[in-house]
Ligand binder design. Structure first.
Ligand code: DGT
Ligand code: CA
Ligand code: CA
Ligand code: ZN
Length: 573
C-alpha cells in the first residue's frame, strides 16, 4: 500500500474503534497516524528499515507495527477482526450526512439500530428524536439523508469511472475481432454523474467479444450474456452494457447510445421532416427508391440530416441542433487552451503538499501561472491562515518567484471566507496585497434563499474579490446545494465584471454546466479551478474542462486561457 492508502486504512480503523466504544486516546492515535502519513516528507521504507517510524510525529509502537504491516503485506489481521466484530450495516449508516461514529454508536447501543431499514423505522416513529443529542431536526435530516442516499446510490461520479472506462476500452480494442470500440452514454456526454456505462463495438464476430466482456476482471455479476448485447455489474454496483454491431451500423449506434434521449428525440423529428426514419441501426428513407444514407464517421450521421457534427458534451437537447443547422456551434474550450488555475491549497491550510511541491507539479503541467488560495482564519477546521501567516505566505511566494527556480509564475491569493453577513474574513488592506481573491461560503449554509443570495452578492460586489468559489456548495451524491438564487448571482457577477468559479473537484463541479451558457452570454467569465489539495488533483482541471465545454464555453470565456500579462491586467483593473 502507498502512504495515501495506508492513511485511509488508519482512518477506517479510528472510525471502527470509535464505533466499538474504544477509549478516545486510542482512536486519536490512529487518526493522528493517518495525518502523519499524509504529510510524511521522508521515505516510508527508509523509516521502516532504520526502525525510526516509532517516535516519528508521535507514532507509537503499536501504530508503527500496523503501518509496517500495511506497507509490506497490504493487510492487517486486527482490522479484519475489527470489521467482523461490528454489524456491517453500521458502515452504511455512517455515510448519512451528519452521522459520525459517536451518533451511530448511540443509535446502535440505545435503539439497536444496525441498518438503514431499522434507522428509517426509528426515525418515522419518532424514537430517534427522543435520544439525547439528537432532536427532531436531526431526525428529519437523517430521513432526508436516507432518501437522498437511495437516489444517489444508483449513480457514480464521472471522474470515478473514467479509468474503468479507459481500461475496458483498452481491453476491447486489443481483441482481434474488434474493428472499433467507443464508450457512449452519459459518460461520453460528460455528465457530472453517470448511471451506467455503455460500450459500442463494431465487429462481424461478436461471440468472443461478449465472452471477454463478461469474464473480464472486476466483473461481480453477469446480468445478460447475449449475441449482440451483454451487461455486467462491476464494483460499487456500477453496471456496464456492451453492444456489438456490424461496421456499417457502428456510427448510427454510437450516436444513438450517446444520447441524450432529448437530443435523440429532436434528431428523430428532424429526420422525419426530411423523409427519413432514424433508429440505432441507421437512417431509412420512407421512399423505397431513395438512396440509403451510410456513415463512415459520426460526422456523416449529422451530415445526412444537414447538420454540423455536434460535440457529445452539447447533446442535451438544449438548442444544439438549431446551432448545428446554422453553423453556429461554439468553438469549445479545450484543455490545451488552459494556461493555469486559481484555487489551490497547500500544507499551510488543509492541503497535503507544500508550496514547492505544488509549484513543481504546476510546472510539470506546463502551466504559465497558478495561484495559491489557502483557507482564511474563520475556516479553523481547515487550519485557515490568519493575517500573520498569510503575510508570511505572500512573502514566501515572492521569494520563490524571485529565486527563478521555476518557470511557472506563482500568484498569491486566498480562498477568503464569506462570513454570514456577506463581509469578508480579511480587511481590505490585506486583500489588496493579494494577486487573486477567491471568496467562498464554508459555514452557515442553512440560511434561507434571500439571505444567502444577499450574502453572496455583498461579497461579490466587494471591489477586492475576483472570483466566487463553489457557488452552491453542493457535493455530488452527498449534499444538496444550499438555497441560493443563481440567476441573481450571475446578474451580479455580470454587472460587476466578476468571475465565477467552475470548481472541478469531481464531487463539486460547481457552478453547474447547465448555468454557464446563460452566464457567459451575459459576459461572466469562468475560472476553471481544481481546488487542489494535493498535487495529483491538478488532473481535475483536465476533467473539469469537459464541464466547461458542456456549458458551451469558448476559450475567450474562460479566465484560465489568458496569457499572464493579460491576466494580471484583468486582476489589477
Ligand atoms: P445514465 O446511464 O442514466 O447516466 O444516462 P445515459 O444517457 O447513459 O442513458 P442510458 O444508459 O439509459 O442510455 C444510453 C443512451 O441510449 C441514452 O442517452 C439515449 C439512448 N436511449 C436509451 N433509451 C432510449 C429511449 O427510450 N429513447 C431514445 N430516444 N433514446 C434512448
Ligand atoms: Ca448510461
Ligand atoms: Ca445503459
Ligand atoms: Zn472552498
Amino acid at each position: 500500500m502507498d502512504n495515501h492508502a495506508i492513511a485511509e486504512t488508519l482512518e477506517e480503523i479510528a472510525t471502527l474503534l470509535e464505533l466499538s466504544g474504544e477509549n478516545p486516546f486510542k482512536v486519536r492515535a490512529y487518526a493522528n497516524g493517518a495525518r502523519a502519513l499524509e504529510t510524511l516528507t521522508e521515505d516510508l521504507d527508509t523509516l521502516i528499515a532504520q526502525g525510526k517510524l516509532k517516535g516519528h510525529q508521535g507514532i507509537g509502537q503499536g501504530l508503527a507495527d500496523a503501518i509496517t504491516q500495511l506497507r509490506q503485506e497490504g493487510k492487517l489481521a486486527f482490522l479484519e477482526e475489527l470489521r467482523a466484530s461490528l454489524p456491517p450495516g453500521l458502515m452504511e449508516i455512517l455515510k448519512i450526512p451528519g452521522l459520525g461514529p459517536k451518533k451511530v454508536r448511540a443509535l446502535w447501543q440505545l435503539l439497536e439500530i444496525t441498518d438503514l431499514v431499522k434507522l428509517t423505522e426509528a426515525c418515522e416513529s419518532g424514537r430517534v428524536a427522543e435520544l439525547k443529542g439528537f432532536g427532531a431536526k436531526t431526525q428529519d435530516n437523517i430521513l432526508a439523508g436516507i432518501r437522498n442516499r437511495e437516489a444517489y446510490g444508483r449513480r457514480h461520479l464521472w471522474l470515478g469511472v473514467q479509468s474503468i472506462v479507459g481500461g475496458i476500452l483498452t481491453g476491447l480494442r486489443a481483441l482481434p475481432d474488434v474493428e472499433r470500440a467507443e464508450a457512449a452514454g452519459s459518460f461520453r456526454r460528460a455528465r457530472e454523474t453517470v448511471g451506467d456505462l455503455d460500450f459500442i463495438v463494431a465487429s462481424e464476430n461478436p461471440k468472443p467479444i461478449m465472452d471477454w466482456f463478461v469474464a473480464q476482471s472486476g466483473v461481480q455479476e453477469v446480468t445478460a450474456h447475449g449475441e449482440t448485447k451483454s451487461s455486467v455489474r462491476l464494483a460499487d454496483g456500477l453496471q456496464a452494457d456492451l453492444r456489438v454491431v456490424p461496421a456499417e451500423q457502428f456510427f448510427f449506434a454510437l450516436h444513438h447510445f450517446t444520447g441524450s434521449k432529448d437530443h435523440n428525440v429532436a434528431m428523430r423529428q428532424r429526420a422525419l421532416s426530411r423523409g427519413l426514419s432514424m433508429s440505432e441501426w441507421g437512417l431509412t428513407p420512407k421512399d423505397p427508391k431513395a438512396k440509403v444514407p451510410v456513415a463512415a464517421s459520426e460526422e456523416d450521421v449529422f451530415r445526412a440530416l444537414g447538420l454540423d457534427w455536434i460535440p457529445p458534451e452539447l447533446r442535451e437537447g438544449q438548442g444544439e441542433i438549431e446551432a448545428a443547422e446554422s453553423g453556429k456551434l461554439p468553438h469549445l474550450v479545450r484543455y490545451e487552451d488552459i494556461r493555469g488555475c486559481f484555487h489551490n491549497h497547500t500544507t499551510a491550510s488543509d492541503g497535503r503538499a507544500t508550496l514547492e511541491q505544488m509549484t513543481a507539479a504546476a510546472e510539470a503541467e506546463g502551466w504559465e501561472y497558478f495561484s495559491i488560495a489557502d483557507h482564511s482564519r474563520s475556516s479553523a477546521y481547515a487550519n485557515g491562515l490568519d493575517e500573520a501567516r498569510l503575510l508570511a505566505q505572500i512573502d514566501e511566494i515572492a521569494k520563490l518567484n524571485a529565486s527563478g527556480r521555476f518557470k511557472v509564475r506563482v500568484l498569491s491569493g486566498s480562498e477568503v471566507d464569506i462570513l454570514k453577513d456577506g463581509s469578508l474574513d480579511f480587511d481590505d488592506a490585506l486583500l489588496a496585497k493579494l494577486d487573486v481573491v477567491v471568496a467562498s461560503v464554508h459555514a452557515a449554509m442553512t440560511l434561507d434563499e434571500d439571505a444567502m443570495t444577499a450574502r453572496i452578492i455583498r461579497a461579490l460586489e466587494h471591489p477586492r474579490v475576483h472570483i466566487l468559489g463553489h457557488l452552491t456548495g453542493r457535493l455530488l451524491l452527498e449534499r444538496e446545494p444550499y438555497r441560493v438564487n443563481i440567476a441573481k448571482i450571475v446578474d451580479c457577477a455580470a454587472a460587476n465584471s466578476k468571475c465565477i468559479e467552475l470548481n472541478t473537484n469531481p464531487r463539486r463541479l460547481d457552478m453547474d454546466w447547465s448555468h454557464w451558457r446563460r452566464a457567459a452570454e451575459k459576459g461572466v467569465l469562468c475560472a476553471i479551478n481544481p481546488d487542489a489539495h494535493r498535487t495529483e488533483q491538478f488532473v481535475f482541471v483536465r476533467a473539469g474542462t469537459f464541464q466547461a465545454r458542456k456549458g458551451w464555453l469558448t476559450a475567450d470565456q474562460v479566465l484560465n486561457t489568458k496569457p499572464l500579462a493579460e491576466l494580471q491586467r484583468w486582476l489589477r483593473r
